[in-house]
Design a protein around this ligand. Structure first.
Ligand code: NCD
Length: 313
């Protein structure tokens, strides 16, 4: 149960107990952030973003800075030696000479895994193409835990781009480890979950339904995980334009939903949640974004092996 020095490429890299430990640490940090303000003093985080990001990169950087560490990195590969044709293997080996931990986002599936094989420092996958996004899953799970207390026997609706949405793939796989989670997968036919995700649900014996109809299933849901249609992964503009507004949740549509429904979204949102939902107590997405920073603080501490309880101030 020691995360020190480990890589995080997909949620299953950590056991349920290891994740629980991260959630515990995250909760302790959020209750008293000032007590953790120096625990990473002298440590350096590298953020290697080959694809745009606001939340994930900023929340990692904010997490490290709030722990008293420092940050280097790029958010635009053209500004680094990558534009000269450097390989991922060489980039990570070089970065490892300077930093203690690397967070990487890349448009190509599997590329962060390649980097991890050459890296003497922990590498965290901050999203590889349409594949996986494990730290968003930590964020999502912590949010569900804080809002409902546990994960067992909940009905989770995932809606939107289930094909290219990497946060969806990671979240489903992580939730399969809890008992009695039921999935309602709501998408246009073209954007259904990839076969490997469907197979993992079948293998786990999970109850799941694939449907196009959000309104029909809304009343059953304990959590609704909305996603944007992933424009950057489409091969042609025409398909994107046709599918982009397939689902738009607004206040009026929520009339039939449970009073305790959690509306989640990894963000950024485009049109899929109307802004009139923001003031509804069921809108959980901005709290979710905040939880993302705390759980990344916990992750950084654990990967760096910083265990000691901070002195209470
Ligand atoms: C997600 C991602 O990058 O996959 N964003 C995020 O990290 N919060 C979701 C998205 O871009 O739609």
């Amino acid at each position: 149960m020691d995360l020190k020095g480990r890589h995080l490429l997909q949620p299953m890299d950590f056991s349920v107990e290891e994740m629980d430990r991260l959630f515990e640490v995250a909760e302790r940090i959020s209750a008293n952030p000032a007590a953790f303000a120096d625990v990473c003093k002298g440590k350096l985080l590298a953020t290697l973003f080959y694809e745009p990001s606001t939340r994930t990169r900023f929340s990692f950087e904010a997490a490290m800075l709030r722990l008293g560490g420092q940050v280097i990195g790029f958010s635009e590969p053209n500004s680094s030696a990558v534009s000269k044709g450097e390989s991922i293997a060489d980039t990570i080996r070089t970065v490892a000479c300077y930093a203690d931990l690397a967070v990487m986002r890349h448009p190509k599936e599997g590329s962060v895994s390649v980097a991890s094989r050459f890296s003497p420092i922990p590498v965290v996958n901050a999203g590889d193409g349409g594949h996986q996004h494990p730290t968003q899953t930590l964020t999502d799970l912590l949010t569900i835990k804080l809002e409902t207390g546990n994960f067992d026997n909940i009905t989770v609706g995932l809606c939107g781009d289930l094909k290219f949405g990497r946060t969806v793939h990671s979240l489903i796989q992580a939730l399969l480890r809890y008992s009695g989670v039921r999935f309602v997968l709501i998408s246009p036919d073209e954007l259904r979950v990839p076969e490997y995700v469907r197979e993992s649900m079948q293998k786990a014996g999970a109850e799941f339904e694939e449907t196009r109809d959000l309104l029909k299933h809304l009343p059953e849901l304990d959590a609704l995980y909305m996603t944007r249609v992933q424009k950057e992964r489409f091969f042609n503009e025409e398909d994107y334009v046709r599918l982009k507004d397939s689902y738009i949740v607004n206040k009026a549509k929520l009339a039939t939903a449970k009073e305790k429904l959690m509306i989640l979204h990894p963000l950024p949102r485009v049109n899929e949640i109307s802004t009139d939902v923001d003031s509804d107590p069921r809108a959980t997405y901005f709290r979710q974004a905040e939880n993302g920073m705390y759980v990344r603080m916990a992750l950084i501490m654990e990967l760096l092996g910083i265990k000691e309880e901070p002195v209470c101030k």
